[in-house]
Every structure is written in C-alpha cells, then in structure tokens.
Write a protein that binds this ligand. Structure first.
Ligand code: GAP
Length: 456
C-alpha cells in the first residue's frame, strides 16, 4: 500500500533506513525461518545459505512470478531445465575457461585475499595498502565426474544457466518449430567461486538464476534490447518495488563482458547503494557461433519458406532469483504503529508472500478447530495457507504481519452460530465478516486486484 493510503487507513508508518534496514531484515530472516546459515550446527559454511519454511515459499513465488511472465503468458518463449554439471568443452567454447576470471590480490601485510576491483587500494581487514600484482582467478567450480580423478574426468558446475540454452538451441528449434524472434528460458542453480561473497544472499557461491535467451534476426537486436530493458524494469515495479528504488544503468565499453555488444543493469537501491539485480545483454551471435565452431554442429535458423539462413543474435535478460528475493524483502520491510502498538510488517505483494492466508481459530476448543480446519481445507487448493493456534490472537496477527501474510481468517465463537469468519487485511488491518463459503472467492478477487506483471 502506498504511504498515503496507509495513513488514510489510520496506520502510522516508520522509515527504517540503510544499514539498520539490512540488519533488521537479516535478523527477521533468521528469526522467522526465511534464511538460515548453511551447516550452522557445524559453525556455518561461509557464503552458503539454506532457505527455511517461509523462505522457500517466497523464493518459489519469485521464480514462479518470473516464469509466469516470461514463459506462461507468452507464445514466443519456451522453457528448459538443463544439467548443472557439464564438460570442459562447453566452457572452452563459451569463453569461460579463459575469461571468466576476477583479479585476485593478496594483502602483503595480513595475507588476506581480495578482489582487486572491490577494495579501492585499501585492505578491508588491516588497512594495508601494499598488494601482490593481480592475477586472474577463474570463478568456476571444477570437479571430477566418475571414480577416476584424472584430466579426462574434469567437469564444471555451471557458472550461469545460459549455456544450457545455447547448447540446446538446435534441439529446441527442431522440437518446437519456433522461429526468431523466440526465447528459451531457464531457472536454476549456478555456482561461482566468488573471492569475496558478501551482503547476505546478495553475492554467494551457490545461487539461483532466472535467465532467458531471446533469439532475434541480427538487424532487430537493438530494438529487442530496448524492449527487454523496459519489460524487465516493469516486472519489478508490478511486484511492488517502488519505482524510485530501481534504475536502469547502461554499461560503458570498458565494463562489457567478453560476449556483449551492449549491457544494461536493472539496479536496486540496496542499503549499501545502487547495485545490480539483473543484467540485460546483447550477446550478438557470439555464443551460437562459438559452439558451432567448436562442436561442428550448425547452429543457425533456416527459413523453410525462403531458404534464408542466419545465425540469430541473442538478447539476454539474466536475473538472480536469490538476489531478487532479497530486494523484495528489503523493499517490503516496514515498521508501524497500529492502535498504539508497534509492529513489524512485510508489505510483500500477495503473489510473493510466503503464505497468502493465515487461518486462526480463536481458541483450541474442539468445535472451533473443527470449523477452522474446514475453512483451511477450502482455502488450501487455492492459496498457500498457514494454520496457527498458538498464543493470543493479537500475537498471531503480529506473527503473520512479520512474514508478510496479506490476509488472516479468524474463526471465533460466533462463527459456530452464523457460519461466518473475520477476514483481516495486513496493510490496513481492516476486518470484515464473511460467510465461510464466500472467503475463497473474495480472496481470489483481492489477489487478482493486486495485479500481476503481465506482458507489455
Ligand atoms: N548469463 C549472464 C549472466 O550470468 P551475470 O550478470 O553474471 O550474467 C546474472 O549474472 C544475475 O545473476 C546477476 O544480475 C545477479 O542477480 C545474479 N548473480 C550473479 N552472481 C551472483 C552471486 N554470486 N550470488 C547471487 N546472485 C548472483
């Protein structure tokens, strides 16, 4: 709800800024089961995180919202799910074996290792200013497939999902009969041996990406690049990130990746400053040509009518699911005062919220619980629901507010008489009483009214 609407509803809003917001969100993530440090009982494994019972729902909703707008709502994009493990040939052809490196330096004073371009000449550990010359550190995780650990068994964990789309280009073309412009989308894990993972789930060594390769006639590449920049920016706004916390930043020539002719980042105003959520790149015909040359397979489009053949250019919107989830959490975090009591509330878009509905029987009395469970069963096919009978009803509302549940349904003693229950709205805290059979329909209407990204 925009601030003006909130005050109209009698809800005072607080403004938690900068580092304090980050600290509070990280604390909330641990306390309420969004994100846990991985292997915590063994002291934690640096830079890896586990998603807890509410975090897994939020992350899944982010990925589903992306899939819905990028695949389901379009007739020009199809999905795939490619392997995470792949042979060196893929990464030799893509250029990653040679180019996917960061400049690594050692502090001469304390021996800590840093990414040179992130420290501005001063060691963040000891303040030292003397470093070894930078050397190229490849970010790919190398492993061995099979029982023999020799060179012939080397495999890599993918550092991006994109190559899965390029190596399957001919398969997809053949099985779907798509013609440019068309896209192949994928959501899945990627791995990078980051030198300095940081800022919670913003930069980790294991993360999830949501990428789409959009194959176009070469002379249409500039137009489609602009189109996807606009579409992707709109997606974040439609799911609740305020426009003034987002911007599009075009890369300078010195910043471009080895495959890119043009790149723009969708940036979010993180507590530490503007930083990347997603990169949109014009990858030209670099990847298809490289894989074609290395594999000997023809990777091109042939028009069955005219016989025209060409290697398409690729426009690639490449987002991080885990990083985007963090941005949604940061943008949604709020504190306010309701009826003289302060609360923490996540104003997540209802489509993203871990639970859309909390079903709360007023007490543990058997007949109340029986009715509440019936309401729960009615709602479960339509919404992700939480069921909570612990503590006072006020405390339970606060708990649901804190994890972003947009609607709570409370079954009380009157419900046993009149067959109605109270529906409470997270943002306005307004309550209305509805017959239990009407609740699923009303909440479906509200979910639709909250909007969805759609297609521009
Ligand atoms: N296929 C192009 C590609 O991978 P990228 O800019 O390196 O481009 C795309 O990655 C997105 O993946 C980034 O904008 C970011 O959201 C996410 N991402 C990249 N590295 C990440 C990391 N170490 N941790 C979390 N997310 C990461």
């Amino acid at each position: 709800m925009p601030p003006a609407d909130r005050s109209a509803a009698g809800v005072a809003t607080g403004d938690v800024a900068g580092e304090e917001r980050l600290e509070k969100v990280v604390g909330l993530c641990k306390r309420r089961g969004f994100v846990f440090q991985s292997a915590e009982i063994y002291g934690g494994f640096r830079s890896t995180y586990d998603y807890g019972p509410v975090g897994v729902n939020l992350l899944r909703n982010v990925k589903d919202a992306w899939w819905e707008s990028m695949v389901q709502m379009r007739d020009d994009v199809v999905g795939i799910d490619a392997a995470v493990l792949s042979p060196p040939a893929v990464w030799a052809a893509s250029g990653h074996l040679e180019n996917f490196t960061d400049p690594l330096v050692d502090c001469r004073q304390c021996r800590q290792r840093w990414r040179e371009d992130k420290i501005e000449g001063v060691c963040p550990n000891c303040g030292g200013t003397e470093f070894t010359p930078a050397r190229a550190f490849n970010l790919m995780f190398k492993t061995h497939a099979g029982p023999v650990e020799d060179e012939g068994a080397v495999a890599y964990l993918r550092p991006e999902t994109a190559q899965g789309m390029f190596v399957n280009f001919a398969n997809v073309l053949q099985t779907t009969r798509k013609r440019p412009p068309f896209g192949i989308a994928q959501v899945g894990k990627s791995f990078r041996n980051e030198i300095t993972p940081q800022n919670f789930v913003f930069r980790t060594r294991e993360f999830e990406q949501m990428e789409m390769e959009y194959f176009v006639p070469p002379d249409e590449a500039d137009r489609w690049f602009e189109y996807w920049c606009g579409e992707r920016l709109r997606w974040y706004v439609a799911l609740g990130i305020p426009e003034d916390q987002l911007r599009l930043r075009h890369h300078g020539a010195d910043e471009l990746s080895h495959y890119s002719a043009a790149t723009a980042d969708v940036e979010f105003r993180f507590p530490w400053g503007w930083d990347e959520l997603e990169g949109i790149a014009n990858r030209t015909d670099y990847d298809l040509k490289a894989h074609s040359a290395a594999s000997g397979e023809r990777l091109e489009y042939v028009d069955a009518g005219t016989g025209e053949r060409y290697v398409p250019y690729v426009i690639e919107p490449a987002a991080g699911a885990t990083r985007t989830m963090m941005a949604f959490l940061l943008a949604a975090y709020d504190e306010d005062v309701v009826a003289g009591e302060s609360r923490t509330v996540l104003r997540l878009h209802p489509r993203l919220a871990p639970y859309q509905v909390g079903v709360l029987p007023l007490s543990r009395k058997e007949d109340l619980e029986t009715l509440a469970r019936r309401v729960l069963r009615d709602l479960q096919p339509h919404f992700m629901c939480d069921y909570d009978v612990t503590q006072s009803i006020g405390r339970r509302y606060r708990r649901q507010d804190e994890i972003g549940t947009p609607w709570c349904v409370t079954v009380d003693f009157d419900s046993l008489e009149d067959g109605a229950a109270t529906v409470r709205d997270r943002d306005s805290t307004e309550q209305v009483r509805l017959p239990v059979e009407a609740i699923a329909g009303e909440l479906t209407r509200r979910l639709e009214a909250a909007g969805r990204p759609g297609v521009g």
